[in-house]
Structures are given as C-alpha cells and as structure tokens.
Design a protein around this ligand. Sequence first.
Ligand code: HEC
Length: 199
Amino acid sequence: MSDNKNNDNEMDHEYDGIKECDNPLPRWWLITFYGAILFGLGYFFYYQIGNGPTLAEEFKENQVAHSKVRDNYLEKLKEFDLAGFEELYKNPATIQYGESIFVTNCQACHAEGGKGDIGPNLVDDYWLFSLGTPESIYPFLLSGSQGTGMPSWSDKMEKDELLAVLAYVLSQQGKTYEGAKEAEGNQWSAWYPGMPPRF
Ligand code: HEC
C-alpha cells in the first residue's frame, strides 16, 4: 500500500480536504490489463485472421464425434443373434472370460458376483430395465442409464466382450450371496438357453 500522507505524487487538486494523488497503478492490475490485451490480440489473430475454427466448424466437429458414438452403438445393437449367444453361453470359457470382464468393469458398483451395491442386484430374478433375457439386457448394457451410475458400454467394449459379460451375468442367476441387495423391479423366472421368447 502506498502511503498517501507525504506523497510525492500529490497533484494540485484538492476538494473538501481530499487531495488527489497520481499514484502508479498496482502491479497486479497492470499485469491483468496488459495480459488481457495480449490475450485479445492472440484471440483475434487466431480466430479472425488465422485459421482458428469458427463456431460452426467446432459444432460440426462435435457432431462428427457424436455420430461416431451413435454409429458405434447402432452397429453393436443391430441383430442380436440369440442362437449365437446361446452357443457362447454354453461354453464355460465364455463365462470365465465374462467373469474377468465383470471383475474389472462392473464389480465396483454391482459387487461380488453381481449381488448388488451402488448398482442393483443382478443375481436375483428381479429386473428394473429388462425382462431378464439376453436380448432385452443387451441393449441396456449398450445404452446404460443416463443420470445414474450405469455407464453406456457401447463405446467402451467390443461386442464379444459385451456378450461374454452378459453371459456371465446370466450365469449368476439364482445364486445366493450374503449381504445381497434387496430385489428391485419386476420378477421374471431365470433365463435358460432354448427358453421361448417372452413376447
Ligand atoms: C459406476 C457404477 C456402475 C458400473 C461400473 C456398472 N454399473 Fe450396472 N448399474 C449401475 C446402476 C446405478 C444401475 C441402475 C441404473 C438405474 O437405476 O437407472 C445399473 C444397472 C445395471 C443393470 C440393470 C439391472 C436391472 O435390474 O435391470 C445391468 C444388467 C447392469 N447394470 C450390468 C452392468 C454390467 C454388466 C457392468 C459392467 C460391464 C455394469 N453394470 C457396470 C451402476 C454401475
């Protein structure tokens, strides 16, 4: 703080006992001021004169990224092959592979075996978002549930990984775990390969 009492910068201007001083501006203020000018120049030359993207171009870029995610989703969604899934399901190696994927990606929320924690219980025969069948759970894995913790997996996993983890989840049907989360949703009898479609 400058001491205004015996200030060399005092000007010849007084009103009501208040004297005007011509003090230098504080350094932080000057740095901010000149910094803003420099930033403004840089911004102007990059966006107006140089080849910085326009808002429309930035929008287009985002659209392209967005449609990539959507195409990925649609690609994986189409033609869920139930017969193919049943073949996979009957292979113990698939279930084992699915379990390793589950432990790495799902267990944090669905707890051991899928007994439920942050995410719902996956071993009981109650389902919130599906009919408990592979063809109805699969799209939910792809989309996830916006606003809750369940991520969308369509752009995070390959199709064979998704099918394997789905096979593991279905293979857990009816298992009992200590401290399992209470049932939520509608009750559906456990799915098995060869089961007639529900609808
Ligand atoms: C960050 C936490 C989190 C992770 C990781 C997670 N989930 Fe979920 N999951 C949830 C939540 C929360 C819900 C409930 C969504 C809601 O209520 O909208 C849910 C719902 C589900 C459901 C629907 C259950 C029902 O009753 O219909 C399935 C199936 C499921 N998750 C499977 C998985 C699989 C498989 C993985 C791993 C690939 C996984 N989740 C990873 C949090 C998670």
